[in-house]
Ligand binder design. Sequence first.
Ligand code: HEC
Ligand code: HEC
Length: 391
Amino acid sequence: MRFVLSFAVLATALATGCAVTSNSQAAPTAVEGAVPTDDLPLLRFAYSGPPANWPRPTLDPGVAFVEFGKVPRPATPKDPQHTARVALGQMLFFDARLSGPGQMACASCHDAELGWGDGRATSFGHGFQKLARNAPPILNAGLLAHLFWDGRAKSLEDQALAVFENPNEMHASASHVVATLRGSAGYRERFAQAFGEPEPTLANTLRAIADFERTIVSDGSSAFDRFLDGDPAALSDEALRGLHLFRTKARCANCHHGPLLTDGGFHDLGLSYYGRKLQDLGRYEVTKDPADVGRFKTPSLRNVARTGPYMHNGLFDLDGVINMYSAGMATLKPKPEQEGDPLFPRKSPLLQRLDLAENEKRDLRAFLESLSERRRRMVPPTLPELGAAGG
Ligand code: HEC
Ligand code: HEC
């Protein structure tokens, strides 16, 4: 009984972040709000309740932390038009005939079996040209405030239009896409079911694709989700220690938090290759604010172990990423001619040298792997024939 009581005192102390001052004999020594990672029973206990009662994360001043949790499932609308729009959007997503040369669909670079990315460092675009950036997964993209690594699209509709028109990607004009759809009796029927109006328009086309994408959300099948559901065995000891490290010593929760494990913000991790061949200025390309040079969107870490290679340039594997964080990321040094350059990128002060031990890196990795979801396949839908719409 006393054991249980003292643990309750400790739990309160952990949750409130203050030292245990109770003189209760069985209470472990003062914890100062910090749970040692190597005390497994204590760690198991500290993480046994809902996230709001977990040990507080280690955060720098100014970080607007949102607690971890399950990804909200979208309400399933009973509206038959919505069902028809999602089905239509799926067809459009898989329809390579909409791209300029008729060879590339959204699904070419966002493949369910590859965690909704394309498994490449950077994608091959139109005419097999190498694109500059890694294809992010579309999983949960409907829940993000900014799309693309630099956040230049604000909605899935804007995003889809940008891809169609990008000469290096789908290489199609909006009018080509709409004209192709208008010429298809099969698509006209689908548009009628989805919008009550058979004439495909650009807005409706983008809306259908976006409605389909909004159904691609985390399904709650990951070990981490089962742990959040109250199954303590869902997280191995390694993954549990990794969760704790992620929130405390390894400082990840400063930027990766909330149900999607992203703050929705932009940060410079020192990967802009400023002034070099691979240079990518990230958010600055959109805002032209010198403070944004080298900043990229914090990606969601949901299902992350299945979406490599990583970072906006796709140059790293998971161990590489963890090693770089452990070293505090590379700091770019200005060359003599770059001294005083107002655009010279400044790495986020939230990154610090962590000097993680090998077992700590393994634990972090195990936590990231606990975010993997059930593997998905999506059988390409049967596509309507083109043409035959009477001219
Ligand atoms: C040639 C490969 C390719 C094709 C085809 C492609 N994408 Fe992408 N997609 C990318 C790349 C690369 C990015 C990241 C580009 C950037 O950030 O500048 C991206 C980004 C996205 C994002 C943003 C995700 C995020 O987290 O910011 C969404 C959503 C998306 N694509 C959906 C689509 C849709 C819908 C289509 C079809 C209309 C499509 N993509 C076609 C490669 C592709
Ligand atoms: C300063 C904010 C910040 C901190 C702290 C941080 N991250 Fe990140 N993380 C980012 C940003 C921004 C990116 C994308 C950077 C880029 O592509 O240039 C990223 C990318 C990643 C990726 C690659 C995901 C992908 O889809 O490509 C992983 C994995 C990751 N972080 C894990 C971690 C871990 C583990 C920690 C703690 C050791 C951590 N992060 C700490 C902001 C942060």
